[in-house]
Design a protein. Structure first.
Length: 448
């Protein structure tokens, strides 16, 4: 929706509420709801403000120490939240409501470089300087349960009833039970400018997947976060809940966020060599960059303690650094032909922040082009059982240490961004170390 269209809908009374939000480090939309007439009078042209602690709180919204960006010593001031008019969209599952996504700026109009949208914009600028355009799409998996979010919370997220009685990968029958919800998802997301190409049952009990129509990275990341937000609200309306945890239970497969990527120029996919009908030199260099640098950027693909529990042999999640043609045991799966030829990065889980995961994918690939790397020989076989392959980081602590030491990350993201996200990861690690878990109680309460 163009900005002028939104104003027309406000004037006609079709829209009475405008949500003004920006994505935080967890990929959540945070912001304010404005009465539409006040949005028109002031916010549309001048933006609004939000406390700068919004990028330095933990997931419980507690202000955390040790950040240069915002802290108690500086008094926690404000960011300017400037609407990106390209993101204006209706939210048809909410009455008379529109959404606009903002960029976070300091008072002097400098971008907040640590903000996820800023991190991605920096990599898109580097792509543009190279004369290239990226086409990208994320696939999201998630689990659906029959309880509401409130019921799940009050029961400690235990004894949840999965929305299928058995594994439903590609099944048509059991997902029919949830078709009222998923019909709303496919149709209403389209109105919200989040084109869902398909929905399907996934491998786990109650697990589902959606595929989006590919786009440029920034609008694709915006669609991704709008989808996650909207999926939760639509589930609420149907008396259910969903989770985008990477590994919600030990006995089920995890939920992924596969990223499909290709580079274009002059309307053609430059990953494809038309004459030879195979991957191009650019493709091999980009993939070579992924093979070399993705471990250093693991914090951006697997940002939580839980994310690393998804990396299990035989789980459909990768465990090793390998690339292959249409092989789901490898970390990088190459698929398609012609303009559809692309790399599927299978590292990220559903808990990944798309702005950061896209930025890391692009940055690693560009490094491969700059350094003229090669991806090496295609892998054949079962990567899960091949001890000769390099393993992914085993946990968030290892990933944070790799990011902290990464010279490439400091160069392409900036030292400030690296320091910020390493500190964010280490605070999460400490929070988990301080927690007393149900596992500990079951193991030690009586028997120790």
């Amino acid at each position: 929706m163009k900005a002028s269209e939104l104003i027309q809908k406000i004037d006609s009374g079709e829209i009475d509420t405008v949500i003004v939000a920006f994505p935080d480090v967890f990929g959540r939309l945070v912001g304010k709801r404005f009465a539409a007439k006040y949005y028109k009078q002031s916010i549309a042209d001048h933006g609004t403000h939000g406390c700068n602690y919004l990028l330095t709180v933990n997931i419980e919204m507690e202000p955390m120490n040790g950040f240069r960006l915002a802290n108690w010593e500086a008094g926690f001031g404000d960011y300017e939240l400037v609407p990106d008019v390209e993101t204006i969209r209706l939210l048809p599952w909410q009455p008379a409501t529109a959404l606009v996504i903002c960029d976070a700026l300091h008072e002097e109009k400098r971008p907040v470089v640590e903000a996820p949208r800023s991190v991605l914009r920096r990599q898109l600028d580097r792509l543009s300087e190279a004369g290239l355009v990226c086409k990208i799409a994320s696939e999201l998996e998630f689990f659906l349960y029959h309880q509401t979010f409130h019921d799940a919370f009050t029961n400690g997220y235990s004894k949840l009833t999965a929305a299928s009685d058995y594994r439903i990968d590609y099944h048509i029958l059991q997902p029919t039970l949830e078709e009222p919800l998923f019909r709303d998802v496919r149709n209403l997301m389209e109105v919200a400018r989040v084109p869902v190409e398909s929905s399907k049952g996934e491998w786990g009990r109650g697990q589902h997947e959606v595929n989006f129509v590919y786009d440029d990275p920034l609008p694709m990341a915006d669609m991704h976060v709008v989808f996650k937000h909207g999926m939760k609200e639509l589930a609420m309306k149907h008396g259910k809940c969903v989770t985008f945890m990477a590994k919600p239970s030990a006995g089920d497969a995890g939920s992924s966020c596969h990223i499909h990527v290709s580079l274009w120029k002059d309307g053609e996919n430059r990953f494809w060599e038309k004459e030879k009908k195979e991957g191009s030199l650019l493709f091999r260099q980009f993939l070579g960059g992924l093979m070399k640098y993705v471990p250093e950027f693991a914090c951006f693909f697997a940002p939580t303690i839980n994310a690393y529990k998804r990396y299990q042999p035989g789980s459909w999640a990768p465990t090793k650094m390998a690339w292959a043609f249409d092989n789901r045991t490898a970390g990088f799966r190459v698929v398609g032909k012609g303009n559809g030829f692309r790399i599927e990065n299978r590292m990220p889980g559903a808990d990944a922040n798309p702005y950061l995961a896209f930025a890391a994918t692009i940055a690693a690939g560009l490094a491969g082009i700059e350094e003229k790397l090669d991806c090496g020989q295609v892998y054949h076989g079962n990567a899960y059982v091949d001890s000769g392959l390099k393993a992914l980081p085993a946990n968030l602590a290892e990933a944070a240490d790799l990011l902290a030491r990464s010279e490439l990350a400091k160069r392409v993201f900036s030292p400030e961004v690296v320091e910020f996200y390493v500190h964010t990861a280490r605070l999460e690690i400490q929070a988990f170390a301080d927690a007393v878990t149900d596992w500990e109680k079951m193991r030690y309460f009586e028997r120790i």
